[in-house]
Each structure stands twice: as structure tokens, then as C-alpha cells.
Design a protein around this ligand. Sequence first.
Ligand code: NDP
Ligand code: OXD
Length: 309
Amino acid sequence: MALLFHSKIKRNDWWQEEIAKHIPDLEVRFYPDVGNPEDIEFALCFAMPHGVLAGLPNLKGIFSLGAGVDHFFNDPDFPRHVPMARVVDPELTDRMSEYVVQHVLNHHRYQHQYDQQQKEHVWKERHAPAARDRKIGILGLGALGTGAAEMLRNLNFDVAGWSRSAKNIDGITCFHGADQLDRFLARTEILICLLPLTEETTGILNKELFAKLPEGAALINPGRGPHLVEEDLIDALNSDHLSAATLDVFHQEPLPEDNPLWDHPKIRITPHVASIAAPDRVAALAAQNILRARAGEPLINQVDPDKGY
Ligand code: NDP
Ligand code: OXD
């Protein structure tokens, strides 16, 4: 029996070695070299071409190479009955928290405005409030949202978060559900989106939501591109309702050269690098789950196909 691997980053020999460290007798095949589809017991992948997983009749487990699993559900033929798992890993969380802190500090200390001032040779001081008086809001209080919230709290920011179910996190003001979203937004000066991409969250960063943020609020989106309605962001920045935005993820990646987001003076762009799980950790997690699936045990970090994350 074999594992089928697919990633946009081609380091096949390396993955073979990493997986062999844990399960030496597992044959690893690299898409598109599937061989006999009946041999494939597991898949470890990101953005596998649509329909491929549905053609593997003996699959016992599907593992995402990343934290997000929207790439699975985008496939109309995705075999939802096969147990699936995603990556939850402290190092992945720490890297995301670093990204969030880096960009929160930029917005908090007006770095976007100073970058512009430098281009225009303008000397104009702006004094940021104390961190305890800066209100940060995180959409999504899962593995990544909670990690970022805690790191920001430890820098003394006034941090709130919003999730689907109720939470109780030390030092974080927690809101949940559609009924509490407006109250959460009304207090948020720097908004970070760390939601998974689902039917419910697609397009959530839109003009109605921006209108509920205080004047001058900033946005950081390391979630997924389709969370954002790009035209609504451009309008909100042009009208000065929002002051600036940092975007890591996009509807189309790489971001097409002619996309207007590139040149907007209030937008800072990073190329989907907010966080990444180290391959040795991903291979170790997949190996643990392979052994569990073979023993008929539930997977670690199992994804609920009904919730979509
Ligand atoms: P989790 O599944 O751990 O957390 C998701 C959070 O979102 C949970 O708190 C959940 O609420 C909340 N949520 C989901 N749907 C809703 C909803 N409809 N209304 C309110 N809250 C909702 O995910 P992670 O924290 O591990 O990852 C989040 C996302 O980050 C990934 O899905 C991926 O898109 C993105 N990501 C981006 C990376 C990058 O480099 N840019 C790297 C890694 C991930 P509840 O707790 O109640 O279930
Ligand atoms: C992920 C990502 O989901 O890298 O892990 O975006």
C-alpha cells in the first residue's frame, strides 16, 4: 500500500526521506505518478487537482499539508466520507503570531503613513496610544487566532476575538456568533482575519463589515483571499474610512501583475508567507495519523466536513 503526495513545492526526494524516518516500509508516490489507484491508502497533499482523490477507492486518510482545508472542499468530487486531518503545530502558530505582531505594530505605530511621508519628504510626527489603549480584534479564535491573541496580549494590547462558539481565554475579550459580531467590530481598531474559508466566511470582509469598524481602522488578512471583497477594501481605503491594510492571501495566487491592490499606497502585500509548517513536523503528524487510521483510531486534528474546517 502507498501514500500519494502532492505539493506545489517540488521537493520529492526530501519528502520521501522525511516520511521514511517514521514509516520506512510505506511507499510514497508523487502525483501525477499514481500507479494503480487501488494501491493508495493515504494522501498527503495541498491543492490536489480536482477529481484525483475521488478516484482512489482504498483511501483510509487524507492529510492536508497546511492548516487550511478549503483546498479540499473546493474539489466538487472530494471524498467527504474519508477521514481527513489538517496541521496544527506550535511552530506554525508561532510563525503566524510573529506575522500578526509585525503588522499590528506597523499599523499601531503608523508605519504605512511614515512610508508615504518618506516618499514625499514630509516630517510629521504621529503619536501612537499606549498598547493598552489600542484595541485589536481577531476574527477566528482557533489554533492561530488564539496564539496571535495571546502574543498581542503579552505586549499589553487590548485584544478581543470572535469565534463561532463561546470561548474563555485569559486576558482576551471573547465574542461569538453572528449576534455579537457588531459589538466586536465597533471596538476594533486593528482587525485581523484568521478564519477558515467556508461558505459562511466567504466575502466576510466586505463593505458592510468595514462600515461597522471605527473610522481609521486597519485590516490584516492572513486568512484566505476570498474572505475579502477587494473592491470594497479599495473603496474603504479611498474614502479614508480604513487607514491601511496588509494582505497575505488573494483570490488568485500569485496575485496577477495587473491587480490594482499592488499599487495602492495604503496596501502592503506579502506573498502568502504568513506562516508555514516545517516539513519534518508535517511528516511526523502524518505518520502518527497513518498509524492511528490503520489501528481504526480517530485522527489527530481531524476536520469536520460538515463545518468545513
Ligand atoms: P481553526 O480551525 O483552529 O480556527 C478557526 C476559528 O474560526 C475558530 O475559532 C472558529 O470558531 C472560527 N470560525 C469558523 N467559522 C466561523 C464562523 N462562521 N463564525 C465565527 N467564527 C468562525 O483554524 P486555524 O486557526 O488553524 O487556521 C485559520 C486559517 O488560517 C486557516 O483555515 C487558513 O485559511 C489560514 N492560514 C493561513 C496561512 C498563511 O500563511 N497565510 C497559514 C496557515 C493558515 P470555533 O472555535 O467556535 O469553531
Ligand atoms: C495553510 C497555508 O493553510 O499555508 O497552512 O495557507
